[in-house]
Design a protein around this ligand. Structure first.
Ligand SMILES: [Zn+2]
Length: 199
């Protein structure tokens, strides 16, 4: 379950800065979803379908719908800070986002499984109770990750990067951190400096 925060952030981060001032979408099409999933076998631990996963149109539509809901809830979580500018003007209403995430999560029942290796503390994993369709399993897994992350204490560290052109949500590591990475901080400081000197 500690992977959930990464999985939720990675899902949200499929909408990203393209490096040229625009916004790119790693899940722009069915093939994009297939490779995104196959590159995240570690995070999708416990989901047997991940290894030979091939997305179809229905699965892609479902995952993109869950992502829109997750990004709307992320926008709520970072208040009173600003949301990511990538979709700030077309966010789902919160009620709709909650309903969508909960509906996706309920698509697959899970059972707890206790692991307790001799060298480590016991931990619990939630495994699918029944094998279902890939689209349902995947969107349920992603929705469950978002639920665990948003309902947990780490939600309070979530921020939207305020550097020019950046659209990332990230987890703040220390008190006054405003930017997702040092290069964003440099860009933001340069922009402020430029603004000050223009005025
Ligand atoms: Zn950034």
């Amino acid at each position: 379950m500690e992977l959930d925060r990464y999985l939720a952030l990675e899902l949200a981060s499929t909408i990203r800065h393209d490096g040229h001032g625009g916004v790119a979408d790693d899940l722009a099409d069915v093939a994009g979803l297939t490779s995104w999933v196959r590159d995240r076998l570690d995070l999708l631990d416990g989901w047997g379908g991940a290894r030979d996963f091939a997305a179809d149109e229905a699965c892609w539509a479902e995952v993109v719908a869950v992502r829109a809901a997750v990004r709307a809830l992320f926008a709520r979580a970072v208040r009173p800070g600003p949301p990511s500018p990538a979709d700030a003007r077309r966010l789902l209403p919160v009620d709709e986002a909650l309903a969508r995430v909960n509906a996706a999560a309920s698509g697959q029942p899970v059972v707890p499984r206790l692991d307790w290796p001799s060298s480590a503390a016991p931990s619990v994993r939630l495994l699918p109770a029944l094998q279902g369709e890939a689209a349902v399993e995947l969107s349920a897994r992603l929705a469950r990750a978002a639920i665990n992350f948003l309902a947990g204490p780490e939600r309070e560290r979530l921020r939207a990067c305020t550097a020019p052109r950046c659209v990332r949500y990230f987890l703040k590591d220390h008190g006054r951190q405003e930017w997702c990475k040092p290069s964003c901080g440099n860009r933001a400081r340069a922009a402020r400096h430029y603004q000050r000197h223009r005025q």
